[in-house]
Structure formats: structure tokens, C-alpha cells
Design a protein around this ligand. Sequence first.
Ligand code: CUA
Length: 385
Amino acid sequence: LPTLTILGATLLTGCQQTNQSLSIGDMASAYNREIFWMSIWAIALSIIIFIGVSYALFYTVQKFREDKHDAPPAQFHGNNKLETILVAVPVVIVILLSVLTVKSMAVLNPTPNQATKVDVLAKQFWWNFAYPETTSDAGGVVTNGNELIMPTKEAVALTITSGDVIHGFWAPNIGGQRAAMPSVKKTWQVDTDRAGAYQGNCSQLCGASHANMRYKVIALDKTRYDATLAAMKAYRAPEPAPGSAEARGYTLFMQGKASTGAVSCAGCHRVQGTPAAGAAGPDLSFFGTRRTLGAGMWEAMSAAQWIDEKAAAELHAWIKHSQKVKPGSLMPPYDGTPYMKGGKLIKTGDQGANGTLTDAEIDDIAAYLRSLKLPEEADYWKGTP
Ligand code: CUA
């Protein structure tokens, strides 16, 4: 019964906040299907055994009640028929489960093949997805932070590691959890069988913003996947028009503001086609094409929504008050408030502290970030359920 309750709870769990089903029963990969049906078999067998044992127990208790018998029941030793059955039944069950397990293992641990390779790097508190030079034309591409883009109906080999503490890689619709450990690289070959955007979460308590460490698995049909990655590879950030908000934002992004000690964004973030090549924080090359912010803390369900006032306010708040918005993140706040870094309280003026920016300056940076967009036809969110 506890097993059933847990299964029921798991199946019925959805996440309304993200509009995305987090149920393992909402299967989007052969991997997940295999585990799901394996669990169903195991549970079905458990139920049959439970019913059998319960029946035998109640039957015995009822039939041999003391008040139904004048004399003690017959005493005997050994019963070949009964013992044979009691050995044979578990043997059959174990064999059946073994066969099912071996069959599943072949699906879950396929022989490595010419899979698309993705390097998954977990950090406090975001995810980096890079497509290494060694495979296809996508070599060298890094997606927007917290967006894993995969081709459907094709094996994808994820090499998972961590840049700091232990994190957990888990997208319930795709498959089981994998630990992301520092200095350890584990490869997990997986697939998706229908296009869509699936929710991923960090599943290992990893610090103050563990709950704010989400990502999306965006599964695209092969042609669209190829086109998206090709567009990302060819992308060069547009040159902002002189005198525009974007141009002012560009300068602040690249240089910071020496007079207040505000460090540049470029020191930690990369924007393809510009001198910004920082690797400490998420890649911002196609920021304007994003639909999430702060590793899934906010989600906009459409491009129109993303550029509205609410999103603008969120982006503004995120840049300015990063530590209030996402405690423990390595993004320094530009509001001059003290923040904790490596267990130490850093105040304005301290070594490693960040200076302040005005609201107008933060809006300029936000305007620059929003101008970093893939061409309309390469917007991988479009039509994604
Ligand atoms: Cu990373 Cu929890």
C-alpha cells in the first residue's frame, strides 16, 4: 500500500507554477518509458503477491480458529507439495523480474554511438550547456544559460559535471536523476521522442538558491534543431546604434563604471561576437531569445510577454538586487547592499565588492541584453508546447 500511495502521489504531481508537467508519467523519452513500465511490472507483481499472502493469512486464521476445533489440529512434519510450490513461485517471480531488468538495462545503457554530445556543467545556481567541437557543425556552440537543446528521436550523450558542489540533474519527463559532481564526468546517453520544452530541476540540495536552479530541456525536431544550432554558431551580436540606450548599455556591460566601482558584466558573461568572454556566469549571447530568467525563477510564456513591463521590472530587479532576489548567487548586486561571498560579508568598498549603478543605467544594460536576439526564424521557443 505505501508503494501504491507513493506511486499515486508521484503520478499526480504536477507543477502549476511552471505550466509544465513534472510527472514521471508524462513520458517524453524511451528511457523514461522503460523505467515507467518496469515500475508498473514490479508494482503489479507486488500487488499479486500481497493479495496472495493476505489471502493465505486470513484463510489460515479463520479456518484454524481454536473455537472451531475441539481437539488440537493434526501435527505433522514436512509437506513436499507445499514446499515445492513455495520455492517454485518465488523462483518464477525472480526469473521474470530478472528478464525484465536485463531487457531494460539494454535500453537504459545503450552502446555508445554517434550521439550528439553535450557538456553539462552545473554551478551554484545555474546550468551551462555546451556543444563540444568534436561533433557535427554545432561544435563550439554554447546555448543560453539553463537551456538544453536536443534533437528528438536521436541519442544525445550528456557529459555531466559540476564546477563547485554536488548538484542533481533531473528532468522528470526525460529520465532518472544523475548526480553532477565536481572533478567527475559521467556520460548519460538519453533521447527525447517528442518535441517540447521540459522542466529540469536541480535535485540535490546545493546551497541557498538550490530551489532556484531550474532549466529547460528543449527538444526540437532534427531539422529545426540543426537550423537552431547553425544559427547560434553563425550568430554575431548586433552593433548598437550610436547614442541609443543599447549603446550606453553596451559600454556599461563591457566596462562597468569606474567612478562607483561597478564591475563590468563582461568579466563574468560571454556575448558571442563581442569582447565579452567571461565564463564565470551564464552565456548571454542570445539573451533576447530567452523565456526564462535567473535559472527559471521567472518564466515568460511568449516573446510578447517577455518584453512587457513585468518582465522589464523582473530583469531590472534581478540586475540591481541580485542578492535579495536570488540569495547566495555569485551575481553581485548593483544596489550597494552587502552580500555574502565565500562565507564572508562583502560591503561596498571591500575587496571584491561591487559598486552601484543608477536605475537608468540598469535599464540601459537591460535594453542591450534584450537586443541580443537570434533571427526570428531561429527562435526555438516558437511553437514549443
Ligand atoms: Cu544545484 Cu541544488
